[in-house]
Ligand binder design. Sequence first.
Ligand SMILES: [Zn+2]
Length: 215
Amino acid sequence: MRELNQRIRHLEMPERMHNLPIDDRGFPVPYFVAWLDGRPEFRAFDGEKMAICVRHKRCWLCGQPLGKYQVFVIGSMCAVNRISAEPPSHRECALYAVSACPFLTQPKMRRNEVDMPLESTQPAGLMLKRNPGVTLLWTTLKYFPFKAGKGVLFNVGDPKRVEWFCEGRPATRADVLASIDSGYPLLREQAERDGPDALVELAQMHSKAMELVPS
Ligand SMILES: [Zn+2]
């Protein structure tokens, strides 16, 4: 097994993740990551693995069977519209990801799409292409996949527990409010295009999400 990157060596990796391959930089490669020409492409996911995760209730991050509690790793806007482009994981794998994943721990890191491989699977539906800054672990007992365009999206269901993170630490109320305020106009623009009913529904979803913000 390759050495882990110095930045994440101090973190305790869940047992279930021990079989994941380690990339050149020393980061474990999550189960969902697509492999292109023998190299992991972190910005793309493998459509076949998504089907396996949903059909056979496997963890998106480690690929092992899930239990009763299923945890979505989502951005703050997903707490408003309750839609995720990715299926759920184990809580311990999700907790490891919010501390170890460079994309989730460094909000200023932009998604680099300049050399995005063309054939890779793009998330279905409206995907907000900004680094969310704040990440939540949304624990649920039941979720609902639905078709969107050529792909699949997930309604994350009602939360049993919501945990907020920012830069690898628990997020403050101010972090969460800043993240929601910066993303919400994008959802509102979309709802404006969809009509008055969509705007009313979005406002309701927004106030429901605000109840989940840490005090
Ligand atoms: Zn897992």
